[in-house]
Design a protein. Structure first.
Length: 162
C-alpha cells in the first residue's frame, strides 16, 4: 500500500500549489505520485461536446475513456476516500488534498496566525506549512516549514513516508 499524506488548510491557503510543486519534484526523482482532491462545491471535469460528456448527459451512471497515454473514469456518485486510496495503492505516494476529518497524517497550511486553531482541531498533524515567517513557535507544535521551503518539505516527506 502506498503511503498517504494529507495536505489540508482553509480555502486559498496554497494546498494545490504545494501539491503541484511537490509532485513535480517527486516526479524528477522517478517517484509516481497520485493526488486525490476533495471538492465540496462540485465540479465538472468533462467538457461539453465530448463523447464522454454526451454519454453522461444521456444518463450513463458511469463512463470511461482511455487512450495509450491516459484514462479517465466519470461516475455519478461520491467515492469514499478509502476506495480511491485502494485504487492508487500501486503508486509510490498518495497526496490527499482536503478531507480534513480523515485520520491520515496531515500537513496543515496556514495563511496567518488566525488559522492556528486548525492545528489543534485536526487529528494526526505531522507538520505545519506557514505563509508568514513571524508565527509564534511553540516547541510542542509539529515540524514547521515556510511555504517556499519545497525541497525541505519534500525531504521531510521522503524520510518519513517513502
Amino acid at each position: 500500500m502506498a503511503p498517504v499524506l494529507q495536505i489540508v488548510g482553509y480555502k486559498n491557503s496554497g494546498k494545490t500549489t504545494l501539491i503541484t510543486r511537490l509532485a513535480k519534484l517527486f516526479n524528477g526523482m522517478n517517484l509516481r505520485v497520485a493526488v486525490i482532491k476533495h471538492d465540496l462545491h462540485g465540479f465538472d471535469a468533462d467538457r461539453e461536446g465530448t463523447d464522454s460528456f454526451r454519454h453522461r448527459e444521456a444518463g450513463a451512471a458511469a463512463a470511461a475513456i482511455t487512450s495509450p497515454w491516459r484514462t479517465a473514469i466519470f461516475e455519478e456518485r461520491e467515492t469514499p476516500l478509502s476506495e480511491l486510496i485502494n485504487h492508487f495503492a500501486g503508486y509510490d505516494l498518495i497526496l490527499v488534498e482536503g478531507f480534513k476529518q480523515e485520520t491520515y497524517p496531515k500537513m496543515v497550511l496556514l495563511r496567518s496566525t488566525e488559522d492556528e486553531p486548525l492545528i489543534h482541531e485536526l487529528k494526526q498533524v505531522c507538520a505545519i506549512v506557514q505563509k508568514e515567517a513571524d508565527f509564534p513557535v511553540n516547541e510542542a507544535d509539529p515540524r514547521r516549514f515556510q511555504r517556499d521551503e519545497i525541497a525541505q518539505i519534500a525531504e521531510y516527506i521522503r524520510q518519513n513516508w517513502l
